[in-house]
Design a protein around this ligand. Structure first.
Ligand SMILES: [Zn+2]
Length: 110
């Protein structure tokens, strides 16, 4: 039997993996702020491979807030708090522990 806390931990780990992949995708688009790439949904569901079309500029703006997670609409959890809804994605934070922020940290801007 799994507890809600264990489920949350696992979701946090999966969200951290998606975050790490998104950082790599984004870094391959370094040259142009308007370059578009597909970021992975950071909902934390096992096996979620939904893509969200973002420009490098949008992605960087989102990543200034380390505890924001980018998720596809409908992939939010009851434990997610909505920060912003757009036509393509939702920005959410996780109530309680900022699991992704702790695992990966904020992007730094020179
Ligand atoms: Zn998802």
């Amino acid at each position: 039997m799994t507890t809600a806390a264990e489920n949350r931990l696992r979701a946090g780990e999966a969200a951290s993996e998606a975050r790490g992949a998104n950082e790599r995708f984004r870094d391959r688009r370094d040259a142009h702020r308007d370059s578009v790439f597909f970021a992975l949904c950071e909902c934390g569901r096992r096996g979620c491979r939904s893509g969200i079309e973002l420009t490098v500029h949008e992605y960087d703006a989102i990543r200034r807030n380390a505890d924001w997670q980018i998720v596809v609409a409908g992939h939010e959890y009851p434990s997610h708090r909505l920060v912003r809804a757009t036509e393509r994605y939702l920005l959410v934070t996780v109530e309680g522990a900022p699991a992704v922020a702790n695992a990966v940290g904020a992007r730094s801007f020179a």
